[in-house]
Design a protein around this ligand. Sequence first.
Ligand code: FAD
Length: 421
Amino acid sequence: MKTYYDVIIVGSGPAGLGCAFELSEHSDKSVLLIDKRKISSGGLRNDCKQNYTFPVGFPTDLWDREQTTVLLDVAAAHLKPTYHSGQQMDLYAERAERYGVEMLRISQAHVGTDKAPELIKRLISKLEALGADVALECEMRNVDYAQKSITLADGSVLQFGDLVLAPGRAGFEWLQMIMQSLGVEYIDNIVDIGIRLETREEHYSIVKDYYDPKFYFPGSVRTFCTNSGSAHVVKEKYEHYYSVNGHSLSHEREANHLVNFAMLKTIRLTDPVASGSEFAKILGQMAMQLSGGEPMMQRVGDFRANKRSTRRTFNDDLYDFEPTLKSATPGDISLAMPAKILRDIWSALKTLDAIVPGVLHPSSILYYPEIKTYANKPRFIDSHFAIKTHIYAVGDGAGTSRGITAAWASGIRAAHGIMGT
Ligand SMILES: Cc1cc2nc3c(=O)[nH]c(=O)nc-3n(C[C@H](O)[C@H](O)[C@H](O)COP(=O)(O)OP(=O)(O)OC[C@H]3O[C@@H](n4cnc5c(N)ncnc54)[C@H](O)[C@@H]3O)c2cc1C
């Protein structure tokens, strides 16, 4: 590692990679990509479903269709997707329309958590062959704007010409701290809150025809991140709570015949504008309080009967499959979730049950909370996501994306700003 680089990129997730590839392929700038983790490439490691259709993953206040189409093609040239083909799409779309629900038809590819390391290895080798330096277990702590330098966790100091911050969703609070130190204004008034539903594949059979069905319901509620085949619900650690999430292995792995997907409601806090992440933290902590520091789970049969789920009866009778997130605590979601959110999500689930009958089988499990706090909204000073002259903030942590391909596209946009193209 040298002590000066034309561009230092912090975070080797898809946003950082998109930026690093664009610069390495189209300029002679020296590039350093750093990541605090041992393994690179951030969220590419999980599941790695790639969506190639606007607006999936793209905040529409920052992106338009024309621009994304071009950048998604660039991302695809690196990620080399094998697209899923949808079956009976008209049938599902018509059913959805009958209930006032929009179904998106998307181009999507899936890699699988077990196959993602191969993809990551290939990308990093290719990037290094292009001349970029990659440093893992290398954490940025602070920035000195006047000196154009960053300090790493081991105390060393690196100088930059341009700095790109791409710390992802888990780096949301760190990015806020950096923005405060730079005097950059931001708001984070938007947050997605919801549940993750897990059921047998036969109860959500649409996944055989449409890999990751995207339904948009009234009340700003949508389905998100559907996993099937060998599908697992997992927990993600945040500073004060766990959020649930889901992923699946590649089709080469033995199937467990389960499906999971999130049903999320977007909350936009307006007047007085409050912090979405603080709101989410309170809700997350409330769930942790009620369920012994773990996510909560409830069978749909118990939920309908207005009964909490208990460990003793969790696998009784009709409740005939085991939860994949075994550490979750059986409980009562309605005790932890604000009424407005619960009402809209339950209403969307009932509508979904009309579109794909069976999803609300009594054995289906509702996990809570699933929280997405990716809506930091920095005051960008240009259309390339600069937050100060020579400093850019991109990806899920900076609110310019909500998924792998959009994060990649965000990195390209910052690279264009740096190259002046
Ligand atoms: C379980 C799970 C499953 C998912 N499945 C999908 C999916 O199938 N499809 C999809 O589109 N999206 C999925 N996502 C979301 C996806 O991972 C993100 O949208 C995407 O990775 C965002 O890219 P990013 O580059 O902004 O951030 P990230 O991919 O999160 O990368 C940020 C990187 O920055 C590093 N970093 C943070 N702070 C510092 C610092 N101070 N110094 C150095 N390095 C730092 C982190 O270690 C990390 O590697 C999933 C997420 C999870 C958790």
